[in-house]
Design a protein around this ligand. Structure first.
Ligand code: ITT
Length: 183
């Protein structure tokens, strides 16, 4: 099946193309920036985004909203992750955590699909881990150079895309979404 992925983020696009490509879904980028509503949860942002996109295009579309939730910052940047990445970047987040022993954090992703009839489904994935003290690696995107997932020594930016997809918040969310799309 051919599906449009509404995203302006080429890193996300690469990951989802690899995941869905393995399931015989052809994923193409839809460059139509939907308004990201101010909300407390990623799922609310995804549902509002899909409704907006479906009203304009009337075809099957997937999107994802994701974020980095840092324990000692009470979940910040969380739903503000995109804005914080644009303004402070990885270095700014490392500065916020300077001197902090607690480095616990998790990535969350909510993936959503709207079918040709406008019916929406969402699935969420989480990737627990920690923020290290410096940036490492050149792969991935966003906060990947400062995040080491539990059970690993390498940052997401040091892991192959396929390995990140196997364990990441996005990998899990889209694997479950693909399963739900078949049902
Ligand atoms: P869209 O066009 O798909 O909305 P975006 O980059 O604005 O792309 P989000 O609104 O979901 O994406 O914002 C999430 C922020 O968190 C953004 O700055 C990403 O770079 C970052 N992020 C999301 N997933 C990530 C991942 O797997 N690894 C590293 N950073 C990630």
């Amino acid at each position: 099946m051919r599906i449009l992925f509404g995203t302006g983020n080429p890193g996300k696009l690469r990951e989802v193309q690899a995941l869905f490509g393995a399931l015989d879904h052809e994923v193409e980028q839809l460059k139509d920036e939907y308004p990201e509503i101010q909300a407390d949860t990623l799922e609310e942002v995804v549902i509002a985004g899909l409704e907006w996109l479906w009203n304009r295009h009337n075809v099957p579309i997937i999107i994802d909203d994701s974020g980095l939730f840092i324990e000692t910052l009470k979940g910040f940047p969380g739903v503000y992750s995109a804005y914080v990445f644009k303004t402070l970047g990885c270095r700014g987040v490392l500065k916020l955590l300077e001197g902090d022993e607690n480095r616990t954090a998790e990535f969350r992703c909510c993936a959503g699909y709207v079918d040709a009839n406008g019916k929406i489904i969402t699935r969420s994935g989480t990737s627990p881990g920690r923020i290290i003290h410096e940036m490492r690696g050149t792969g991935g995107f966003g906060y990947d150079p400062i995040f080491v997932p539990d059970g690993m020594e390498k940052t997401f930016a040091e892991l192959e895309l396929d390995i990140k997809n196997r364990i990441s918040h996005r990998g899990m969310a889209f694997a479950m979404l693909a399963k739900a799309m078949k049902e």
